[in-house]
Design a protein around this ligand. Structure first.
Ligand code: 4NP
Length: 169
C-alpha cells in the first residue's frame, strides 16, 4: 500500500502508462520464461500496453534459452518463448519494475533480502497469491521433473489471467 493513499503498487502505472512486470524464478529457464510469455500473451489479448520480462536469482544459466521442456509446453499452447534468454535479477530491477512476481518462497525471500526500501518490498509478490484463496503457495520447480511442466503451465496461466483481469477495464 502506498502510505495514506489507499492505492497499491502498480496502480500508478495502471493509470498513467505502461505497467512493467518482472517474473522471477531460480534459473530463469523453466518457470519464469513461461510466466513471461503467458503474461505477455494475456496482456496483448486484453489490449494492455504492458512490458514484461523475466530473470533468475541464480547465475548458472545467464544467456541461455529456456529449457526445451518449457519451450515445448509453451508451443503446445500456441506460445513461442524460444527467443528469450536468461538473465540474473539485480537490485535496479526492483526500482525499474512496478510488480515483481516470485515463483516460490525461496525466490520471494531472496528478492525481499535484495530490496532496500518499503516501496521495493511492496512490489514483490508470490505469483500464486493472485489466486486469492490460500496464500503462500509456490509454483513447484519442474527442473528435475519432466512431468511437471504442464502443471506449471496451468498454474501460471491461471495466475496471469487473474492479473490481467484485475487491470483490464
Ligand atoms: P527454474 O528451474 O528456476 O524454474 O528456471 C531451474 C532451472 C535450473 C536449475 C534449477 C531450477 N538449476 O539448478 O540449474
Amino acid at each position: 500500500m502506498i502510505a495514506g493513499s489507499g492505492r497499491q503498487q502498480g496502480d500508478t502505472a495502471r493509470i498513467f502508462g505502461t505497467m512493467k512486470v518482472l517474473m522471477v524464478c531460480l534459473g530463469n529457464i523453466c518457470r519464469s520464461p513461461l510466466a513471461h510469455g503467458i503474461l505477455e500473451q494475456h496482456a496483448a489479448e486484453k489490449g494492455l500496453d504492458w512490458e514484461v520480462d523475466s530473470a533468475g536469482t541464480g547465475s548458472w544459466h545467464i544467456g541461455n534459452p529456456p529449457d526445451p521442456r518449457s519451450v515445448a509446453v509453451a508451443a503446445k499452447h500456441g506460445l513461442d518463448i524460444s527467443q528469450q534468454r536468461a538473465r540474473q535479477v539485480h537490485w535496479p530491477d526492483l526500482e525499474a519494475f512496478d510488480l515483481v512476481f516470485a515463483m516460490d518462497q525461496s525466490n520471494y525471500q531472496d528478492l525481499m533480502t535484495m530490496a532496500q526500501s518499503d516501496g521495493e518490498r511492496e512490489k514483490i509478490r508470490l505469483i500464486r497469491d493472485l489466486e486469492g484463496s490460500v496464500k503462500g503457495m509456490s509454483v513447484p520447480d519442474p527442473y528435475w521433473d519432466d512431468d511437471g511442466f504442464e502443471q506449471v503451465y496451468a498454474m501460471l496461466d491461471k495466475a496471469c489471467s487473474i492479473l490481467v483481469d484485475q487491470h483490464a477495464t
